[in-house]
Design a protein around this ligand. Structure first.
Ligand code: NAD
Length: 491
């Protein structure tokens, strides 16, 4: 047995023997709902059975949050910032444990999960640094009067997150609503709950009671959170199907402020003047193969100027074929399994249907374990842009190559999808880069880069990719409502 396998056994038995609980108010308590299994997608072995929240658990968390929010919202922003930083410090002292939890729970490479944990903590600290950005305005609206605004927290914020960055999203997405003065109820994906539940446990005693609750469970738990009348602000990251469902449920239970970070079918456009080797490296990075393509921002459609298509394709296909697929705890592995066998089957369905429709698969076949979520990184050309693979988010390691001649053709192809999250343009022509940035229907655009999220730069999508912006001061302010005060002076 090599050292890594011994470490693997240690971490798996620590998970199996851990007393997994929900964090509600001042308590760590086992959920009173159904137990849900969470599996290691590399081996399909059971990691743990964790009881989900019952409807009463959800309502208890909301009641505790309502109480806690009153005092939390009255603390000074710098005071809240200190406690959010304290939480980041405590989590950092458990960084290795948290990275292993995500590697085993989600199948993502350990080296990548170490980066994810660090990024989550960096974003928490970024929002604590934004503390003094919670300001209002004064408006000279009348002669002699004083007209001013101040931001007011909503009270209770529900945060529902997906499976693909389990800890990073749990940590980073609670920071802005907390900093804005709200209490937060966080629900991780039922597919990858462990690191968020651990976060909830570690936060007890750092944050005041009730300021953060962490629940576990699937759609019924999320729905109950959205329906509760005391929850007036919901922030959701996930698929557009569930995002739209949340808008519907929210509308049935009040007037709710809902922001949505949803999927993408993102285009990377390579012009003939681009640095070709950098573009190929950018395409590999942009597909987020370390996440097996399970990333909302993945550049899964690559649009190539006809004159460079052949050279780019040759280099890119070789780079994808060279990726090392294997167990995510091995240090040299670049691509692990997808989150579960069902995700693998879904992606294989896309591949089979595209092949049957005449698309040409350029990457080599690989021998991969039948168990769990392993699927080969795959590049196609000859995909009909209006076909299923040309239009729909695969959320897996499947890339389609297209060609164009005119800039206008590239813009039309890039925009001809229902999504609008990211886009990437490769050119050394400054005027063209800005023309493209204005023409592309996407919320986050890179020129000569892919995938990088820059701290403080608003991230979010248009069209089916969402509503709202995160990772920035815009996100912080989105967790407040504006109160306006008009002072009329005595004459
Ligand atoms: P999903 O929509 O299936 O689930 C997301 C979360 O919603 C989970 O916690 C789930 O339990 C919960 N949920 C499901 N049904 C619900 C309901 N009816 N009411 C309330 N909550 C409910 O998404 P997923 O499969 O976990 O994640 C993949 C999707 O997330 C992809 O579409 C991806 O593009 C998107 N995503 C977007 C971003 C972004 O920043 N734009 C980031 C990551 C992932």
């Amino acid at each position: 047995m090599n050292v890594r396998n011994e470490e693997l056994d240690l971490h798996e038995s620590a998970i199996a023997s851990h007393h997994w609980t929900l964090s509600i108010g001042s308590e760590r308590r086992p959920g009173r709902g159904n137990a849900l299994p969470t599996l290691n997608p590399s081996t399909s072995r059971l990691l743990a059975e964790v009881a989900s929240a019952s409807a009463d658990d959800v309502d208890d968390a909301v009641s505790a949050a309502v109480l806690a929010a009153q005092q939390w919202g009255e603390r000074s922003p710098l005071d809240r910032a200190r406690l959010v930083r304290d939480l980041a410090d405590v989590l950092e002292s458990h960084a290795e444990e948290l990275a292993w939890l995500d590697t085993l729970d989600a199948g993502l490479p350990l080296w990548m999960m170490r980066v994810d944990v660090a990024t989550g903590l960096q974003r928490m600290r970024m929002f604590s640094d934004f503390a003094l950005g919670l300001t209002g305005q004064t408006i000279p609206a009348s002669a002699g009067g004083v007209h001013l605004t101040f931001p007011r927290p909503f009270g209770v914020v529900a945060r529902i997150i997906p499976f693909n960055h389990p800890f990073m999203f749990a940590a980073s997405k609670l920071a802005a609503p907390l900093m804005a003065g709200n209490a937060v109820i966080l629900k991780p994906s039922e597919q990858t709950p462990l690191s968020a539940l651990r976060l909830g446990e570690l936060a007890q005693g750092v944050l005041p009671d009730g300021v953060l609750s962490v629940l576990h469970g699937g759609p019924p738990v999320g729905e109950r959170m959205v329906r509760n009348e005391a929850v007036r602000r919901i922030a959701f990251t996930g698929s557009h199907i569930v995002g739209r469902e949340i808008q519907r449920i929210g509308a049935e239970s009040g007037v709710k402020h809902i922001s949505l970070e949803l999927g993408g079918k993102n285009a990377m456009i390579v012009f003939d003047d681009a640095d070709m080797e950098a573009a190929v490296a950018g395409a590999v990075k942009g597909m987020n193969f370390a996440f097996v393509g399970q990333s909302c921002g993945s550049t899964s459609r690559i649009l190539l100027h006809r004159s460079v298509a052949e050279r780019f394709t040759e280099l890119f296909v070789k780079a994808v074929d060279d990726l090392r697929v294997g167990a995510p705890w091995e240090s040299d592995v670049q691509v692990g399994p997808m989150v579960d066998a069902a995700a693998r089957q879904r992606v294989e369905g896309f591949i089979e249907r595209a092949s049957a429709a005449g698309a040409v698969r350029l990457t080599a076949d690989r021998q991969l374990p039948d168990d769990g979520g392993f699927v080969a990184p795959t590049v196609f050309r000859g995909v009909d842009p209006r076909s299923e693979l040309g239009q729909e988010e695969v959320f897996g390691p499947v890339v389609s190559l297209f060609t164009f001649t005119e800039e206008s053709e590239a813009i039309a192809l890039a925009n001809d999808v229902r999504y609008g999250l990211t886009a990437s343009v490769w050119t050394n022509d400054l005027s063209r880069s800005f023309r493209m940035a204005r023409a592309l229907e996407a919320g986050y655009i890179w020129i000569n880069d892919t995938s990088t999220h820059f701290p403080g730069v608003p991230f979010g999508g248009t069209k089916l990719s969402g509503a709202g912006r995160e990772e920035s001061i815009d996100e912080l302010l989105s967790y407040t409502e504006t109160t306006a005060v008009n002072v009329v002076m005595a004459r």
